[in-house]
Design a protein around this ligand. Sequence first.
Ligand SMILES: [Zn+2]
Length: 419
Amino acid sequence: MIRISSFALCAAVAAPGLLAAQGRGRAAAAAPAGPPVLLVPDRVWNAVDDAPHDGWAVLVRGDRIEAVGPRGQISVPSDAKTITLPGTTLMPGMTEGHGHELLHPYNETPWNDQVLHEPLGLRVARATNHVRNELLAGFTAERDLGTEGAMYTDVGLRDAINQGIIPGPRMQVATRAIVVTGEYAPKGFATEYQGEMPQGAEEADGPDGVARVVRSQIQHGADWIKLYADYRWGPNGEAMPGFTQDEMNEAVDIAHSSGRPVAVHTTTTEGARRAVVAGVNTIEHGDGLTPDILKMMAQKGICYVPTVSVGNRNKATILKNAIEAGVTICNGADAGPLAHGDNAKEVEGLVADGLTPLQALRAATVNDAKMMHWDDRLGAVKTGFLADLIAVKGDPTKDINALSQVPFVMKGGVIYKQP
Ligand SMILES: [Zn+2]
């Protein structure tokens, strides 16, 4: 069961005392009632220390970690059940920090056809497979950044998981995401129909219009507000900014006032600049980030989610500049375009683009937990934290590809996968 009491935002400019977003419909599944469980891998990487600890074990009682340390120093209750995980490293469950559970890869079905031809029921049915696949791949938390035409169905998915109806990661959701009129897609219809066609995100214009839509999405269950600072709507189809500075400021003001953070899609430099000036919480993709903007992000505590694994996006230079500037780098694969269940490819991609395995592992654990304001209960193997734990074959701090073999998955003390 997730209990959320405080909600401290990444961005230093955020309103103080923000409250938890995940309110509605959150009758959570009860903690498992069975005996305590002692997990005995070859080593534990707790995400706090750099090096994994050989010979450590973890004791789980209910949905929490009761003890972690050298096996001989843990006092194990007589009724505890021992699970040995030979050849593995036990570590915190990972987070998919930028997912779209209502999408599947475009080589299966083009995005336009998913949005226009797949009924909501079908999309939700498929999404139940997506969330299960992600959990079984070792991703115990997910931030969903837009249903792409599937309205508010991410809210129901989140709640179904929290209530134990279907297996999946703990979710924070953005619902429909917000664009300015004309910016987004599907496009290319006869001009007389174009304004009537359903869109992959909700349109809003002018500070008042933006305020209304942000509040409406909150009313419908959004934990995050997702804005598209830019999209491919330039005169030649190139990415150009959408929201004006005033509109962006208004969205951030309204969202923060309600205790919700703001995630912003940007690929242009000007789009990113406006978002950062407005004091958003995370920059997604960030293809246009310059050293100056990255410096501002570091000052404001704005996290960066580079999504290196979709498209042909070599972000090595931007990532190097981001690290130099001191920006918190988070893990998010844009799962949806990337197959759900292949989420670890992003963590591997971060290493391919120049992060050390340790930096990439932290992006997917402690940094994502901080981004989601769950760092007081998730993202590390610590006494008192929720028992969201996975075991991977080998040592991921030495070889990041270890993340593709996940024989053990536990979320909230419940075992979903076991060798
Ligand atoms: Zn996305």
